[in-house]
Design a protein around this ligand. Structure first.
Ligand code: HEM
Length: 497
């Protein structure tokens, strides 16, 4: 038999492919410079294991369990190691290291829309971010407070109605409607109208959840996926990124024709474009708006939900915060229909509970990947060579007993109230750290503090089924759902609570 014929026959090609795959797998498992790093077998030979557990929706819990078993380092892909060491934030997040290639998926709807988050080179990312930064400043954020009050006021109206009717309320959804509308108000001087309608309009929120899941997995294959994630498919709305782009574009168009628009976040960016059109293009502004609409609402909702969900499981904390607010009211604070940001800032125990709720359940559930620089990097005596992807998960770091002590897994807001909290703050990675720290953090904090303080002050809340555990799909971020509650207005009557 002619050996060439055998080699190019179908059975021959299949065997050759198998030999190639087995050789790659053996090389990755036995001969890689990460061979000594513990982790699941499949993770060491293929990225598909990581993607599988992302799609499964429990990556944060899986990763925590793996670190508890293996220690500071867990190999989660052939070239990626998850790091839980207390130095991880200092050595990986704070220096200007390149970001992992995954971030390129955040150019939404496709590669033409580059933005600071999709830029993996720190120099490019920092240069681009400079143009957007003034829009995110606390002073700017506070200008939108009256509009945010209106949206949160809408949420409170719905709560009053549910309290009066004594019907189970999907508070999770109403909080998301509010935080989504807050993005509209702050960026485009007009809310999207979700909280007024009390429902998702045009499937926008549903689309965002689908986008979040798609992006979390697709980010690892963005180069081969270019065939799918392209301008044509953006136009025909084949993928969830196209839908998001449609929502954002419509909001920008409406805003441009709105003669009553405030000096909102978009105004800052348009000014930056006028000053430096070659550095910040109109497309760049659209790209950044897409990231904000896609990523700015859900984590805030998730954060407020984490606060309420954990606080109702600790009624003593709820009562203590309420007592703190009552005392503030006696001093003339917290008297507005929606608690002002300024007043909420004066409540130390309340703020400790917010911090603790976000430590226990941080809205970002994926590890943040950074690339080991030239000459590599050494963490806890282990050297990682240049190019290794090293990721830091807030869920993993936030549950480390080495950092938080023996009660790391328990709810304990008191940990924020005394002693040297500097070390704790360093490892509180809710908004990440360093040059990639979330630019929307001031806006997020304002919404969280105002909403949460207003809820504790005015309502008693309990789950319809006190044993029910909320559900979520852990993508890059996670949005909880399915934990209906009964709401009672403070001082009002209720039979169910
Ligand atoms: C509690 C709410 C929020 C949390 C927990 C959160 C968390 C994060 C995290 C962890 C990152 C990634 C950082 C990294 O890659 O190292 C990020 C990025 C980002 N967030 Fe937030 N975020 C929140 C709210 C917001 C809001 C309200 C906005 C919009 C106003 C926003 C806009 C952004 C943008 C634009 C980026 C990309 C930043 C860049 O790379 O330039 N976020 N956020």
């Amino acid at each position: 038999m002619d050996p060439w014929k055998v080699l190019v026959s179908w059975p021959g090609l299949i065997i050759e492919l198998m030999v190639l795959l087995v050789s790659i797998a053996l090389h990755r498992y036995y001969l890689s410079d990460l061979s000594d790093v513990p982790g699941p077998f499949w993770a060491s030979i293929t990225r598909l294991w990581h993607v599988w557990y992302i799609l499964e929706g429990r990556q944060n819990l899986r990763l925590k369990a793996l670190h508890e078993k293996h220690g500071h380092f867990v190999r989660i892909a052939p070239n990626e190691v998850s790091v839980s060491h207390p130095d991880a934030s200092t050595l990986l997040l704070r220096p200007n290291l390149h970001k992992g290639g995954w971030y390129r998926v955040t150019a939404v709807p496709d590669f033409r829309f580059q933005n600071p988050m999709s830029a993996t080179d720190p120099k490019k990312k920092i240069a681009l971010s400079k143009h957007f930064a003034p829009g995110y400043a606390l002073s700017q954020v506070l200008k939108s407070e009256p509009d945010i009050d209106e949206n949160i006021g809408g949420l409170l109206c719905w709560m009053d109605m549910y309290a009066e009717n004594q019907e189970p309320m999907n508070l999770d959804r109403f909080i998301t409607y509010t935080t989504f509308d807050n993005i509209g108000s702050a960026f485009f001087s007009e809310s999207f109208g979700f909280i007024k309608a009390g429902r998702d309009i045009g499937g926008t929120l549903r689309n965002n959840v689908a986008l979040s899941k798609f992006a979390a997995a697709a980010g690892f294959f963005i180069v081969p996926l270019r065939i799918l994630v392209n301008p044509l498919n953006s136009r025909i709305l084949l993928l969830p990124m196209g839908q998001l782009f449609k929502t954002t574009s419509a909001a920008i168009k409406k805003r441009m024709n709105n003669a009553d628009a405030r000096y909102d976040m978009l105004s800052h960016w348009l000014d930056a474009n006028k000053k430096n059109p070659d550095k910040l293009s109109l497309r760049g502004i659209e790209a950044q708006a897409n990231v904000n609409v896609g990523a700015g609402a859900e984590p805030v909702s998730s954060a407020i939900q984490s606060f309420v969900y954990h606080m109702i499981q600790h009624p003593e904390a709820w009562l203590k915060v309420r007592t703190e607010i009552d005392a503030a009211q006696a001093r003339g604070l917290c008297l507005d229909r929606v608690v002002s940001f300024h007043d909420a800032e004066q409540l130390p125990y309340f703020k400790a509970c917010i911090k603790e709720a976000l430590r226990i359940f941080s809205p970002t559930t994926m590890g943040l990947p950074r690339i080991a620089p030239k000459d590599g990097i050494t963490i806890a005596g282990r050297h990682f060579r240049e190019g290794t992807i090293l990721s830091v998960s807030s869920h993993v770091v936030h549950s480390s007993k080495e950092i938080w002590g023996a009660d790391a897994h328990e709810w304990n807001p008191e940990r924020w109230m005394s002693g040297d909290t500097k070390e704790l703050v360093k490892n509180w990675l809710v908004f990440s750290a360093g040059y990639n720290e979330c630019p929307g953090r001031h806006f997020a904090r304002m919404q969280i503090l105002k909403t949460a303080a207003s809820l504790v002050r005015d309502y008693d809340i309990c789950q319809v089924d006190s044993k029910n555990v909320w559900k979520y799909q852990a993508n890059f971020t996670a949005l909880a759902h399915s934990w209906p509650v009964y709401v009672q207005k403070r001082g009002g009557a209720s039979e169910k609570i």
